[in-house]
Each structure stands twice: as structure tokens, then as C-alpha cells.
Design a protein around this ligand. Structure first.
Ligand code: HSE
Length: 431
């Protein structure tokens, strides 16, 4: 029987679930893995908070940094679940790695920003810095790419990497509610908080996760700047309903691939055909599709957030550390990581959905279509829907494939016309 001594910093949803999981499954874990996981220290912001386990059973320290030396004993693994992009999370992780302590973390914001430095400190010190919990909660996507698919040539990874935004988009449609109303509801249900909402809604949380997937898949240095990021705050219930009429769902899609030897890493709302399984990934679920030369499509769907699903990923990292003989946290050795350039996506071709609100007056439609003709943009469908409650009308257009910079320049001209009201909603359609 091997003893593994761990310390846990941060006892929010995931940290608390991890303690309970280790308590509950101690015998089962011993039986299956010959491991005895001992929690030798805990630390969190508030010791007296009511929790679902008895903290008096554990050694407590107020300052997380003290977890690295519990009564003269170094843990084998520090589990960092505080979740700050820098500050104590970064200091603690760096200090642990420098003292040859393995680290398991769910902190994608920290890794997306400081991953290069931290992964290289880990390798130099012959320890692991593992992060299954940082991407898509309970879905084992990191080990799938790092182990099972490591020798596959990965063409593209795409999917839904943020549960909060998926919950918001799904609930807007199901309950016919505005973005603002469902955001309040998402906060009440604990999917996001005032602090996290900016990262979730703005697409940054998904882009942090995609940054890590890009490195794993393509051996690129961890570089958040490679991402194009657009959130869901401009998506209206009107867009969701029109998309449905056209046979699509709106989803926040993250995707990464190599195009012309550069990285295209994008997180933005897209119209996805209702036949595509991703369109039917609802509520706070996440889903990821991996396309490789050898394996056309591997689709994983599951709980992308939440205490127990994410704690299960942490447990899998603890198990990996106990089994591992190497120190390649990212699959690649650090010296092999390459600094890629960012793809210039203005050259990218896609079909598009546009929603334009215009004054109800003669000639509006022909004027709009004449700008499209001029730019050689081919329209696939056009809907002009009378709105009895208003003297303006929504016009919905879908295009055939078009280079995005060309479409943008026509849209700019159209939006300057005096009969156009408000902004023009422009959303790519998944090819
Ligand atoms: N805020 C994240 C989400 C939590 O909504 O997906 C899991 O990373």
C-alpha cells in the first residue's frame, strides 16, 4: 500500500467535494489502486464557514503557504483550488514546485497566463503540475489528448467549454427569457458569481481552457494571446428564436486548429445545426469533439463544472502522479514547445447569420441586398418578419460561405444607412 499525503488549498464547491470523496471512497480507492490518500492539511479563507464535512478531523492552517510544511512534513501533492489568476494561487503553486512538490490544480486562468513558467519549473524540479480539473470539469479531456491520442495527428478540437454560458443560452430559449434575466437566475443557482460572470459571459473562461487544449494538441507554448474571444452578452432572445426558425441553435463554441502553420484558437457564439450533437448539449453541460487523422470524430459530453464531477478529475490526477515515472505535465517536454503565430482570421471563410433592424419603409430590402451584390456576397436565405408592436422590422439573412473581412466591410456600410436601427447582429454559422 502506498501512502500519498496531500494538502488542499481552497474549500469551495470543488475542494469540499474532494474531501468528502476521499473520505467516502477511501476503502474503494485502496482496493482498486493500492493507494491510501491522506489529507495532511487544509486551508481556506473562512475556517468557521458551515461545511458538509467536519474540519476538526483535519490539520488546519490559515495561511495556504504553510501547507507546504505541515509540522515539518512536505506533502507529496498540493491541490490548489483557490482559483486566483495570480496572487496567492500563483505564489503557492510556484513555491510548491520549487520545493519539489507535485501540484494538482483546477486553475485555468493562472495556467493560461503563467503556464509556461510554471510547467517549466515543474519539469526542472522533476515534479508534475496536472490540471484535468481545469478544463471541462469532470470530462477527462486532458488525459484523453495527453495519453490516448498523443500519437494521433489532431486536426481540430471544438466544443462547449463553459457551463454557465451554455446554461444561459439554453434557458433563454426554453423559458423565453432575456439574457439579463437568465444571468440573475444563473447566479442564484450558483453556476457563476459576480466575480466569475465577467470571465464566463465574456468567453474568457472558455478561452483559458482552450489555451491549454491548444498546447496539449499542438505543442504550442501556453499563450493566451493566440485566442480570439467574443462572449454571449450581445445574443438576444430574438436571435435565438430566428436561429431556431432556421434550424439552428446558438452556442458559445471554442475551437482550435493549425491553419497555414499558425494557430486559429477562437471562442465565439455560433449558429450550430440542430442535427449536430453539440446543438443538443443543454444546460450546464460541456461537450468536446476531437478530430484527428486517425479518428474522424471523438465526442465527449458531460458535467463541465460542479463539485463532485470536478473532484473526480482531481482524484484522477492524484492517481496519475502515483503512477507516473516522467515529468511531462503537458505531454511534450518544455524544450519541444513552439512559439506559434496567431492566424489572421479575417481571411477565414464561413457562412453567416445577420439580423438587421430597419425602419419600415419602401426600398429597405433592395438597398441592403444591393450592397451584398456589389461585394459579391451570395445570400442563402432572407426573412423579413412583420413586427406588429413596432414601426421597425427585423430582417434576417443567412449567407453562403464568404471571407469574413469582405462581409464585415459590407456590414459596416449597411450599418451606416439612416434606416438601420441599432447594431447588426452577425454570427458565424458552423460549417
Ligand atoms: N465557470 C465555469 C463554467 C466553471 O461555467 O464552466 C467550470 O470551469
Amino acid at each position: 500500500m502506498e501512502n500519498i499525503n496531500i494538502c488542499i488549498a481552497g474549500l469551495g464547491n470543488v475542494g469540499s467535494a474532494l474531501v468528502q470523496l476521499i473520505e467516502k471512497n477511501a476503502e474503494f480507492v485502496k482496493y482498486k489502486s493500492d493507494l491510501k490518500i491522506n489529507i495532511i492539511g487544509l486551508s481556506a479563507k473562512n475556517k468557521s464557514k458551515k461545511r458538509d464535512f467536519d474540519i476538526s478531523n483535519y490539520f488546519w492552517v490559515d495561511k495556504p503557504i504553510r501547507l507546504l510544511n505541515i509540522q515539518g512534513k512536505k506533502p507529496n501533492i498540493l491541490v490548489e483550488l483557490i482559483g486566483y489568476e495570480k496572487d496567492i494561487s500563483y505564489e503557492l503553486v510556484k513555491s510548491a514546485l520549487n520545493q519539489n512538490i507535485n501540484v494538482v490544480t483546477g486553475n485555468k486562468a493562472m495556467l493560461a497566463k503563467y503556464g509556461n513558467e510554471l510547467f517549466s519549473i515543474a519539469e526542472e524540479n522533476k515534479v508534475l503540475l496536472l490540471f484535468e480539473a481545469a478544463v471541462a470539469g469532470g470530462i477527462p479531456i486532458i488525459k484523453t489528448i495527453k495519453n490516448n491520442l498523443f500519437l494521433n495527428k489532431i486536426n481540430k478540437i471544438s466544443g462547449i467549454l463553459n457551463g454557465t454560458t451554455n446554461y444561459i443560452l439554453t434557458t433563454m430559449e426554453l423559458e423565453d427569457k432575456s439574457f439579463e434575466d437568465v444571468l440573475v437566475d444563473a447566479k442564484q443557482k450558483g453556476f457563476t458569481s459576480d466575480h466569475e460572470a465577467k470571465l464566463d459571459i465574456g468567453g474568457y473562461d472558455a478561452a483559458h481552457k482552450l489555451t491549454l487544449l491548444t498546447s496539449l494538441a499542438y505543442g504550442s507554448e501556453v499563450d493566451f494571446e493566440l485566442n480570439e474571444v467574443e462572449g454571449i452578452d450581445k445574443i438576444t432572445i430574438e436571435d435565438i428564436k430566428f436561429a431556431k426558425q432556421l434550424g439552428y441553435k446558438i452556442k458559445l463554441i471554442s475551437e482550435t486548429s493549425i491553419i497555414e502553420n499558425t494557430i486559429y484558437a477562437s471562442t465565439k457564439p455560433k449558429l450550430v445545426s440542430k442535427e449536430n450533437p453539440i446543438a443538443n448539449t443543454n444546460g450546464p453541460l460541456n461537450a468536446i469533439n476531437v478530430e484527428t487523422d486517425e479518428l474522424k470524430s471523438l465526442y465527449l459530453e458531460g458535467e463541465g463544472a460542479g463539485g463532485f464531477p470536478t473532484a473526480s478529475s482531481i482524484l484522477s490526477d492524484i492517481y496519475e502522479i502515483s503512477n507516473s515515472t516522467g515529468y511531462k505535465s503537458l505531454g511534450f517536454t518544455n524544450s519541444k514547445l513552439v512559439k506559434f503565430k496567431k492566424f489572421n482570421s479575417s481571411n477565414l471563410e464561413s457562412k453567416y447569420y445577420l439580423r438587421i433592424r430597419a425602419k419600415e419603409q419602401p426600398g429597405v430590402l433592395s438597398m441592403i441586398t444591393s450592397y451584398f451584390n456589389e461585394a459579391n456576397i451570395s445570400i442563402e436565405k432572407i426573412l423579413q418578419i412583420p413586427d406588429n408592436d413596432s414601426d421597425s422590422i427585423p430582417i434576417v439573412i443567412t449567407t453562403h460561405k464568404i471571407i469574413s473581412s469582405e462581409l464585415l466591410s459590407s456590414v459596416k456600410k449597411i450599418s451606416d444607412l439612416d434606416f438601420i436601427l441599432g447594431y447588426i447582429s452577425l454570427i458565424p454559422i458552423e460549417n
